[in-house]
Design a protein around this ligand. Sequence first.
Ligand SMILES: [Zn+2]
Length: 402
Amino acid sequence: METSFIYQALGIREQECSRVRYEGGKIILGIRTRDDKLYCAKCGSRHVIRSGSTVRRFRSMPIGSRPVILEMTVQRLECKDCGAVQQENIHFVRGKERYSYRMKRYVLDLCRIGTIADVARLVHMSWDTVKDILKAELGRRYTRPNLGGLRHIGIDEFAVAKGHIYMTIVVDLDTGRIVYVGNGKGADALDGLWPRLDRAGCRIEAVSSDLSEAFISAVKEHLPDAVQVYDHFHIAKLMNEKLDKVRRDTYNRETDESKRRLIKGQRWLLLANGDNLSPKAEERLCKALDINRPLATAYYLKESLRRVWWQDDKHDAALVLDDWTGQARESGLKPLETVADTFHRHRDGILAWYDYRISNGKLEGINNKIKTMKRQAYGYRDLDFFKLKLLSLHDATYPFSG
Ligand SMILES: [Zn+2]
């Protein structure tokens, strides 16, 4: 029977098979390079003589559903031209890898349509081996993202493992592509970013971030000409936290049990966007607000804060914001006074939205994907892999969740 097509399929053109055996469901092919195909790995001369050998095993393409292992007698060759004594070159393997190049491409193709766990099961490889193959490929493609043409960026941090491992991501706000991932959530998380922006000759015009002093001062230092825009989602979130603080304070002070119950159940109603409430929900909310003055004030201020981004121009927005901070300061409620001071200190960056209408909205979708990946519980087992997955997120070649 003509069997050479099998070797073609496995990508082992220059070897001959001396024996085939089966071992625990696997096909083991004993192979060695044909004498006429041996050459010096250093100078390429065919003028070589054998000088010992070792046996190495490589994973190859499966035949049917059977895993195939190439058990290769690898020759040590002495070159009569250059004098080198070296192991023969194995053309179907790259570097020190323990699988054939064709097998690697096959695994990568499967990774496009399935999770690592799926692929590992299908090809009878360990989860870690499949992950390492994918990681090397992602590293090759995405370690150094092209930063040319970058103008508007968003910076945000997120927790990888609950509360103790953080990462900072930088997104190209024009394309939604993640261009940088740093460890931690302080200013030093961005240390690697600045030299890259320099080298790529980027002229960043505007940066969107939350009110974190670490990010703000780092951007001011490294991108002195960039306009800083404080992300309105974060500002709304900060306001919601203060509103919730007022609600908790009110609840703790209230002695009437029925009123306490009314306040306690309203958390999500208070924090929801007031424009989207059902009539029934609105009625319940009104009741809670009716019995409690501070809560009503805080709720009203939370709702009216959005008006800052609804104006025709920056000048009108400034009037609305100043009016808002004035009311918050006079509310007699400590959490609101604090947040009024914060907003006033960051007034320029809040209003800068009228110069560059950017926000970290694009980072929300990314955050949801990170949550999915965390649920799969391996996100932080290999942070470098996790980072590469983030950097590859914009490219749909490999599914992020895999
Ligand atoms: Zn040689």
